[in-house]
Design a protein around this ligand. Structure first.
Ligand code: DAT
Ligand code: MG
Length: 140
């Protein structure tokens, strides 16, 4: 498996509880390397653009409201099989279903406020990285 890059976010529920370091350490311990990182307070419009794929879903408004409610850490992670590895370390969308040791099991409080985001495929990873970062901000 080649080295991949994926896009990750530490969501407002987690930054509010000062979990940026704990979550980043969990990602690093899983073999992922942070090659880009910045703290953003996204606008409602940025949240709507980022999550456009979910715009017909019943939770879309709630999701965009939450994601623009406080600071988020946006990151690019690099490593072997990084996309799948990050999804595994994150755990299931609903923390009630997440496996022991996963970030969502350890830190998430609800299906909506679930602490982290991770790209789900190579195409979305590339799109999501481009949404938040320019090439010069990514230093491998
Ligand atoms: P994931 O973040 O695991 O990729 P997703 O892409 O299906 O999950 O949904 C994006 C986000 O939307 C998810 O992290 C939290 C929110 N969400 C998903 N399903 C929800 C639901 N049933 N109620 C409230 N928020 C939900
Ligand atoms: Mg998703």
């Amino acid at each position: 498996m080649a080295i991949e890059r994926t896009f990750s976010m530490i969501k407002p529920d987690a930054t509010k509880r000062n979990l940026t370091g704990a979550i980043t350490k969990t990602l690093e311990d899983a073999g992922l390397r942070v090659v880009a990182s910045k703290r953003v307070w996204m606008s409602r419009r940025q949240a709507e653009g980022f999550y456009a794929v979910h715009k017909e879903r019943p939770f879309f408004d709630e999701l965009c409201e939450f994601m623009s409610s406080g600071p988020t850490i946006v990151q690019v992670l690099e490593g072997e099989n990084a996309i799948l590895k990050n999804r595994e370390v994150m755990g299931a969308t609903n923390p009630a279903d997440a496996a022991e040791g996963t970030i969502r099991k350890m830190f998430a409080t609800s299906i909506g406020e679930n602490s982290v985001h991770g790209s789900d495929a190579p195409e979305t990873a590339a799109e999501e990285i481009r949404y938040w970062f320019s090439d010069v901000e990514i230093v491998g």
